[in-house]
Design a protein around this ligand. Sequence first.
Ligand code: MG
Length: 159
Amino acid sequence: MLIGQGFDAHRFAPERRLILGGLDIPHEQGLIAHSDGDVLIHALCDALLGAAGLGDIGHHFPDTDQEFAGIDSRILLRRVMDSLRERGLTVHNADMTIIAQQPKLAPHISAMCEILAADLGCALARVNVKATTMEHMGFTGRGEGIAAAAVVLLTEANA
Ligand code: MG
């Protein structure tokens, strides 16, 4: 078993789509990033890469590369999974937390889990997404942006 953790944060900006866990969430603003700004998938990718000892998302998909401008972060997640599979690694489970004051995310959690389980190639029961606020404290609490944290456990085929 290999454990990995990831963390990411992005700032809100008007007139952008809010994409979290591969889902388009209705909100008056979205997250600024070189990609689609899916902070949850970025934290998840970093957890996967960390568990595999493969560095971080910025190393694999640099924000100076036009190939990744506005890219659907699910494409990045699937590429990360491809490189894990090449190394005989599969996901045992993934647990994630989104830290956001707004919008309310509870209605979207199960759809996010379905999307992520499909991309991770594991059972829905092994994927957990939680959402919390910071009780109006700090940058997420002031509504300046959204943060996300992820922990994954990988299984090695030949271990
Ligand atoms: Mg990011």
